[in-house]
Design a protein around this ligand. Structure first.
Ligand code: FAD
Length: 479
């Protein structure tokens, strides 16, 4: 780390990492700080993984502008950063007369948001496109640009690309205070020491109120809105090609079912306002409500196909809404209320923040060496038989299959560890190359991954973490 930075970004979730990448286009000294041991954020690790169109945003809001603006950026972004992304489209399906009556209003809102490429579908048209939907489906709306993505890889790719373009990244570094002088920010205080800087970007997700309090600029509250999910096995007795959305009510957007980019089905999320910023527990009521709601549209859905249940926390602001602001205190840029669409809006939020920094005095001199491209890890499971054989001849570690469920060879795991900002934990490996994300949830491969991590990082197996500090996987030094 340097003694002084032009800009320090707090939080390496999708938002902070996207801002870091956007700033790496310019000749600036930038530092990305993350309290956790791995890149990847918190909200960013547990979401519906949908790149929204913004059809249902509140018209005229900053959220509407940034989400609607972000969606068309994804073809180029995912191409440059080698991120798995697919435009599957969504079908919003009405199953009651009352829901059917609500559709014109939803279409009107979509047009108000500038999302015109949507289409009304009759019940028969929907059944032709998705045969496993309920016979109760009476009609709906097709939203072709609602898309699915790998959210972990998006976040990691932003940070990796920022890093290879010169942004410094410091993990396990928690901001505990901010010092100011002469009505300007002066430094951030962390568990690893004090870092001088001219500008600070608060991208701390659900903790953004705590950061804002450090400079007495917290006139809001950021609380978690918990969302519970099911992930289903890849082998279920029905098929879905689209994201299937319920008709939203005044109270909730409801629970969806969507294919994931890796071929599972994802169900959820619930929406429960809570106080505890660490409470990622699932509940019986929450999970039961998901199955009950989704079955109204897809009757074959069953909790018995579940391979994992988990919860994520949306950073929710009171008063609600996206806020991206500069203040009388020079050099402080605050983000808050980036709630349930922040994955989608991350590239447009990043541009918006860089613009704001420019207005606040940051000189944007393009760096001619900026390289927008990143090469991801080659996925063995997606190769043809002959390509697999070729790779095994080149590198025998491709012949060592570590995860049977997701077909992950040792060579991919080694690549995940030895990349820029590489994985150091079990979850870090899972998010990059997916061992442990399949049917057995790591039952077979976990001990072998622990050994590979220990060998590659040159540390005892007993030191390997699942994800956070204090999450050691075993207490003995030998397995
Ligand atoms: C249930 C659910 C469903 C969602 N579905 C979607 C969806 O389908 N599509 C979509 O676009 N969005 C969705 N979202 C929203 C999306 O996940 C987030 O908006 C997005 O990932 C951006 O998160 P973030 O970077 O703001 O926050 P985070 O990912 O939480 O990152 C903030 C980071 O700041 C770090 N930090 C906090 N305090 C400090 C400190 N003091 N010092 C250093 N670091 C600190 C944290 O450790 C964390 O890594 C969903 C969210 C949830 C929870």
């Amino acid at each position: 780390m340097k003694e002084h930075y032009d800009i320090v970004i707090i939080g390496a979730g999708a938002i902070g990492s996207a801002i870091a990448r956007e700033l790496s286009r310019y000749k600036l000294d930038v530092l990305l700080l993350e309290k956790n041991v791995e890149i990847g954020g918190e909200a960013t690790t547990s979401n519906s993984a949908i790149i929204h169109t913004g059809y249902d945003a509140k018209p005229g809001t900053l959220e509407s502008k940034l989400v609607v603006g972000a969606n068309p950026m994804y073809d180029q972004l995912c191409d440059e950063l080698d991120v798995p992304f697919k435009k599957v489209g969504a079908i919003l399906a009405a199953v009651t007369e009352e829901e059917l009556k609500a559709l014109p209003q939803i279409m009107k809102k979509s047009y108000q948001n500038g999302v015109y490429d949507i289409e009304y579908l009759t019940g028969e048209e929907i059944k032709r496109r998705e045969k496993d939907l309920s016979d109760d489906v009476k009609g709906g709306i097709y939203i072709p640009r609602e898309s699915i993505i790998d959210p972990f890889i998006l976040n990691i790719a932003y940070a990796e690309n920022a890093y290879t373009n010169g942004v410094d990244v410091s993990l396990s570094t928690k901001v505990t205070d901010i010092k100011t002088a002469d009505n300007r920010v002066k430094s951030v205080v962390t568990n690893k020491g004090e870092i001088n800087c001219d500008y600070i970007v608060n991208a701390a997700g659900v903790y953004c109120d705590q950061i804002a309090e450090m400079v007495n600029l917290c006139d809001f509250k950021e609380h978690p809105r918990k969302g519970e999910f099911f992930i289903l096995d890849k082998n279920v007795s029905y098929e879905l090609d689209h994201i299937i959305l319920p008709v939203p009510t005044k109270l909730t957007k409801g629970k969806l079912i969507t294919p994931t980019i890796h071929g599972n089905l994802l169900l959820g999320p619930t929406a429960e306002d809570i106080e505890d910023k660490k409470d990622k527990s699932t509940t019986r009521e929450g999970l039961e409500s998901i199955i009950e709601d989704v079955q109204k549209r897809v009757p074959k859905v069953s909790a018995r196909d579940s391979i994992k249940q988990y919860a994520g926390l949306r950073p929710t602001r009171t008063p609600e809404g996206y806020h991206i602001e500069s203040y009388d205190l020079k050099g402080f840029i605050g983000l808050s209320g980036i709630r349930s669409t922040g994955l989608t809006s991350s590239p447009s939020v990043a541009k918006y923040v860089v613009d704001l920094l420019n207005e606040e005095g940051v000189k944007l001199i393009a760096d001619p060496d900026f390289n927008p491209n990143r090469e991801g890890i080659r996925k063995f499971s997606e190769l043809s038989w002959s390509e697999k054989e070729e790779l095994k001849k080149e590198n025998s570690k491709y012949g060592q299959l570590i995860c049977r469920c997701e077909e992950v060879p040792e060579a991919e795991i080694i690549a995940a560890i030895n990349r820029p900002l590489g994985a150091t934990t079990l979850d870090g490996i899972k998010r990059r190359v997916r061992p442990g994300a399949g049917r057995c949830q790591g039952g077979f491969c976990k001990p072998r991954i622990l050994k590979i991590l220990a060998r590659e990082l040159n540390i005892p197996v007993s030191e390997i973490l699942k994800k956070e500090k204090g999450s050691k996987v075993i207490s003995r030094s030998k397995i």
